[in-house]
Structure formats: structure tokens, C-alpha cells
Design a protein. Structure first.
Ligand code: 13P
Length: 343
């Protein structure tokens, strides 16, 4: 492991003004996204859509530090034969790869999941490095929408797997993004999300320590501390910012260079406003850079604008460039509602 190199990449992933485009939807998820715009999920359509994003110069050069790819995409060429990985590198961004095999039912724990994909991972990571990946992602899912969940068993098995994955990544000179996502599904209040997120993060960092993962070469991708989607009195932007920063200060070691949030079903503007509020109000209280690794909150607008039609590409690229720029501003606390509306 070359820790200096890993640290350089982990820092670059959340460089000021930049964050990550999560374009690693699995085959099932991208089909759902395409269904919503009435486009068939064929290999060519998936390629055309993602190529369009990676060719959005303005977004990629100015506001995107890296792109998370799915296994199919890291092997794909653009329509003109250029590898998609090369398009990303040429734009000055870092290619990354989703390596987990998805969240599966956890044995003996109804309603809970554990993420699979450790078998053969060492060999797959070596291949992904050859294909150009310099960071990876593994997502664990913690559902809190029920009376008796999450169980300690669910959190323990998921963070154990996250640490095993992270150690293997570092051995392969790939920066691990560790993503323990506490879901927004349900009507819980923000304090319940706080408690579960704090417990999950503390458990995760215990396990990373136990398995000798170097935090200097690791990136955390967490949920924000936020009310459930169906909560009748959802917490304000300033409360989300205050509680998220408080929770992380209690649970995330200072050695970690970068935290990049998932959007998790927040609206585009909510995801931007929350990130902005944290950086605008608490920058001097945080030892880590705080940025984004959004899937839906970066892609919902361009996906809709594109709708599978070549003539819509300029409008879709403009929509992507706009969301990327707004989130880029949020990484330094310079976003405002006025800038959002002025576009
Ligand atoms: P969302 O931002 O849509 O939650 O996706 C981010 C991601 O990569 C989830 O693993």
C-alpha cells in the first residue's frame, strides 16, 4: 500500500469546489431510472446516457473530482471508440468503481440487509486498478423504518464487511469509499436518525481500526442526519446542518481527509442547501473536507431533460452543469437560493 498516494487521491476527491458524480447505478437501478423517462435500458442507451454526462466539459472540469462507475461502464467505449474511462481522465476527474454486489436479506433478521461481494474481491480490485479505477465504493444499507430495527447484528455484520472491503482496497492501492447509509425511508424524526447514524459511524470506525485500515487513505460517504421522508415536521436546513456536524464531530476521527455525502432521496435543492449550510456555518469546526457524491441529486434533472433523445443532449448537459455548479459552490458555502434561481 502506498499511503501517500492514497491520501493524495482521498484529498483530491473532495477538493474545494468539487465532488463526486455517482453514476454507478446497478443494472436494476438504471432500468428503474430509464423506466421513469420511458427509455429502454439497453447497453447502448446506458452508454449514450453516461457518455453524455462525461462529455459535459463545464461540469466535469469545474465541479466533478471523480466518477463512480458500474462494472459494465468501466469496460465500455464511447460511440467514437474512446474508452469512457479516458473521457473521465481527460476531463481531469478520477475514475472510481462500485465493487459491492448489492444488499441482500440478512439471515435471521427480517427486514434487514447485509451487503455482499467479498468473495474474489482481491482479484477484482487488481483488475479494476488495471482498468483505471483509483477509488472504489461499497454501500451498506441500514433501514430504520420499523419498531425493532436496526439490530446490533445488522450494523455489526455490515461494518465488518465494510472494513474487510476497505483493507482489500488499500492493499490494491485503491481508495475505499465506505458508505454506511442510514435510509431516509419512514416517518422517524431527526433525532432518531442522529442516534442510529452516530452508533453506526462509531461501530464503523471501531471496525476500521480493528482491521488496520488507514483513515488517511479512506473516504466516508454517509447520509446526512435528517428527518424521515414521511415525517410530518421535517427538520429545517439549519437543524440538519447543525445535527449532522455535531454527530460527525462525535463519531468521525480527524485523520479522515474527506467526507462526501450521498443524496439518499433528498430533492436536488435540499441536497445542495444542506451541504452549503454545513460548509457556510461550520467550516472552522470541521477537520475534514465536506463534499458530495450524489447520484440522484446530480442526475435527476439531466435524465429528465435527456429522455433518450439526441436533440435533447444540450439541454441535458446544461441541466447537469447547473447542478454540478450549484453543488460545487455548496462545498465552500458559497451557494445561495438567489444563485439557484438566477440560472
Ligand atoms: P444517491 O445520491 O442517489 O443517494 O446515490 C448515491 C450513491 O452512490 C448511493 O450508493
Amino acid at each position: 500500500m502506498n499511503l501517500m498516494e492514497l491520501n493524495k487521491i482521498a484529498v483530491a476527491m473532495a477538493a474545494p469546489g468539487k465532488g463526486i458524480l455517482a453514476a454507478d447505478e446497478s443494472s436494476g437501478t438504471i432500468k428503474k431510472r430509464f423506466d421513469s423517462i420511458g427509455v429502454e435500458s439497453t447497453e447502448d442507451n446506458r452508454r449514450d446516457y453516461r457518455e453524455m454526462l462525461f462529455r459535459t466539459e463545464e461540469a466535469m472540469r469545474n465541479a466533478i473530482s471523480g466518477v463512480i462507475l458500474f462494472d459494465e461502464t468501466i469496460r465500455q467505449n464511447a460511440a467514437d471508440g474512446t474508452p469512457l474511462v479516458q473521457l473521465i481522465n481527460d476531463a481531469g476527474a478520477i475514475p472510481g468503481i462500485k465493487v459491492d454486489k448489492g444488499a441482500k436479506d440478512l439471515a435471521g433478521a427480517p427486514g434487514e440487509k447485509v451487503t455482499e461481494g467479498l468473495d474474489g474481491l482481491r482479484e477484482r480490485l487488481n483488475e479494476y486498478y488495471e482498468l483505471g479505477a483509483r477509488f472504489a465504493k461499497w454501500r451498506a444499507v441500514i433501514d430504520i423504518n420499523g419498531d425493532d430495527i436496526p439490530s446490533g447484528y445488522c450494523i455489526a455484520t455490515n461494518v465488518h464487511a465494510l472494513a474487510r472491503y476497505a483493507a482489500l482496497c488499500q492493499e490494491a492501492n485503491i481508495v475505499p469509499i465506505v458508505e454506511p447509509e442510514v435510509l431516509m425511508d419512514g416517518d422517524h424524526d431527526i433525532d432518531r436518525c442522529y442516534d442510529v447514524t452516530e452508533f453506526t459511524l462509531k461501530s464503523l470506525f471501531d471496525e476500521l481500526y480493528a482491521q488496520d485500515v488507514a483513515l488517511e487513505g479512506t473516504v466516508l460517504k454517509p447520509n446526512m442526519v435528517i428527518s424521515g421522508k414521511k415525517n410530518a415536521n421535517r427538520a429545517s436546513v439549519s437543524e440538519v446542518a447543525e445535527k449532522t456536524v455535531r454527530c460527525f464531530r462525535a463519531a468521525v476521527p480527524a485523520a479522515l481527509p474527506s467526507i462526501v455525502f450521498l443524496s439518499g432521496g433528498q430533492s436536488d435543492e435540499e441536497a445542495t442547501a444542506h451541504l452549503n449550510a454545513m460548509n457556510a456555518e461550520y467550516a472552522d469546526k470541521m477537520p475534514w473536507a465536506l463534499s458530495f457524491s450524489y447520484g440522484r441529486a446530480l442526475q435527476a434533472a439531466p435524465l429528465k431533460a435527456w429522455s433518450g433523445k439526441t436533440e435533447n443532449i444540450p439541454a441535458a448537459q446544461a441541466a447537469f452543469a447547473h447542478r454540478a455548479a450549484m453543488n460545487g459552490l455548496a462545498t465552500t458555502g458559497e451557494w445561495s437560493d438567489g444563485l439557484e434561481k438566477a440560472a
